[in-house]
Ligand binder design. Structure first.
Ligand SMILES: O=P(O)(O)OC[C@H]1O[C@@H](O)[C@H](O)[C@@H](O)[C@@H]1O
Length: 457
């Protein structure tokens, strides 16, 4: 941890992201004693006084707020009403800030305007820019935003946040693959039949129409988070976790990734939930949720099958899927191995595939395989070995902020990777816009629409 004093300036301080994820992550980091001496400044359109802002911070920090450094940060924290798309307001906010971290907790269009305005401001030494997903809305808008950012600070000082990279089991993929000899030699097209990366949630829209109705499941989850997991699962071993080296490897994997079979009609599914009951809650149809424009045809569940077209993975389908309001929600990467080439005659009874599963909530690792089980010694039975990791020391936003304060961009998405992620999903988005893939329906609280690629279990 660096001991240089820093200022965390949150643009969009009154928003949902700040209260729900960013401040709780900061509180946990401060309570863990892992943050530098910090000044916290909130800025937003709302006319708040400092007391109102501090109360929001206290609420968001929860129990962490009583830790010594957290209490000090709260006490000294200030709030400024500002139009963050105006250079004069940004200049005022940055006046006297030490090595500022500017966190854009804002929608993409406002972030782009705020960055534009920053080109007219002399940025203090050591300024870092932290941008939320979605980073742009297409490969070309992401490329323009990247060009704009290079006019502000060097790439190592740009942190494109993907909080999935701060999740402990996502980071655990590195240890599972590259610190063991057991799994890595099997992770090739010779042994792997298929891979699924599934993040189904029992959460529904939860009042986020303003953002979600313009994003939909593919931009919200697949284009960002699930492609990052795919990159971690398919990358070659980095020499070190030096950010340049690590991100070269993940970018290389993304560059090899394209739509399976090249036809979105065959390789994608889109759907949205209708009314239903989920965990005792009656949910309205998505189209009837407050703030939703039904004519937009926003999907609440997306599934895309991809190929990672390189020597190691050619021929293995990778299916990425995420849905809202799904019952028994699964959050796992499931690597399904090919069957044993031949089971000796005489062994009988069970032929379920071997699987390695990496869970992203609950955080766990499991291996499903076949043994001669109890009873009849020649009858085969399935067994599962699993490891429960429990939560990481810090919530994902705590990890992300630790990287930013330490000037370590490893957990942030590099500019070229952000463009690649859009490039991968664009043929699907185009086919959806053209109506080539039907928008299916599934009742909230069901398992989602039927999909030929689906593995239940
Ligand atoms: O499970 P987590 O860590 O909250 O992440 C899932 C969330 O990730 C966010 O980035 C998405 O915008 C949400 O729609 C989603 O619910």
């Amino acid at each position: 941890m660096t001991n240089d004093a820093q200022t965390l300036l949150i643009l969009g301080a009154s928003g949902d992201l700040t209260a729900r994820l960013l401040l709780p992550g900061l509180g946990a980091l401060l309570a863990a004693g892992d943050a530098p001496p910090l000044t916290l400044v909130g800025a937003g359109m709302d006319e708040w006084d400092a007391d109102h802002w501090r109360k929001r911070v206290v609420d968001a920090f929860g129990d962490h707020g009583t830790a010594e450094q957290a209490a000090k940060v709260i006490e000294e924290s200030t709030y400024a009403q500002a139009d963050v798309t105006k250079a004069e307001d940004l200049r005022r906010l940055l006046d006297g800030a030490e090595r500022p971290v500017i966190f854009f907790a804002l929608p993409p269009a406002i972030t782009a305007k705020a960055c534009e305005a920053l080109t007219e401001v002399d940025l203090p030494e050591g300024t870092r820019l932290v941008l939320e997903k979605p980073f742009g809305t297409s490969a070309s808008s992401a490329a323009s935003l990247n060009r704009l950012l290079t006019r502000l600070v060097p790439e190592e000082q740009v942190h494109r946040v993907d909080h999935f990279l701060g999740k402990s089991t996502v980071l655990n993929i590195l240890g599972v693959r590259f610190a063991n000899r057991i799994f890595e030699p099997l992770l090739t097209s010779e042994h792997v039949e298929s891979v699924e990366i599934v993040f189904d949630e029992d959460l529904a829209l939860e009042g986020r129409a303003g953002y979600y109705d313009h994003a939909g499941a593919m931009s919200d989850m697949i284009q960002s988070h699930l492609l990052q997991i795919l990159a971690m699962l398919t990358m070659e071993a980095p020499l070190t976790l030096d950010p340049q080296e690590f991100r070269d490897k993940t970018s290389e994997a993304l560059r090899a990734t394209r739509l399976w079979g090249g036809d979105a009609k065959e390789s994608s599914v889109r759907a949205r939930y209708t009314a239903g009951e989920l965990n005792g809650r009656q949910l309205p149809a998505y189209a009837e949720e407050k703030g939703v424009d039904p004519s937009r045809e926003t999907e609440t569940l997306a599934e895309v099958t991809l190929a990672v077209d390189n020597w190691r993975w050619a021929g293995v389908p990778f299916t990425l899927r995420s849905g809202k309001a799904v019952a028994n929600s699964r959050k796992e990467a499931i690597i399904t191995f090919k069957a044993a080439p031949r089971v000796p005659g005489g062994l009988h009874g069970h032929d379920a595939p071997n699987r390695l599963r990496i869970g992203f909530g609950p955080d766990m690792l499991a291996l499903d395989f076949t043994v001669n089980g109890p009873g009849d010694p020649l009858e085969l039975d399935p067994v599962t070995w699993d490891v429960d990791f429990g939560p990481g020391d810090l919530p994902p936003y705590g990890e992300v902020l630790r990287g930013v304060f330490d000037n370590d961009p490893m957990l942030s998405v590099r500019g070229d990777a952000a463009e690649q992620c859009w490039r991968i999903v664009e043929p699907v988005a185009a086919a959806w816009r053209a109506g080539e893939v039907p928008l299916l329906e599934y009742p909230a609280g069901s398992a989602g629409p039927d999909s030929p690629t689906r593995t239940d279990g």
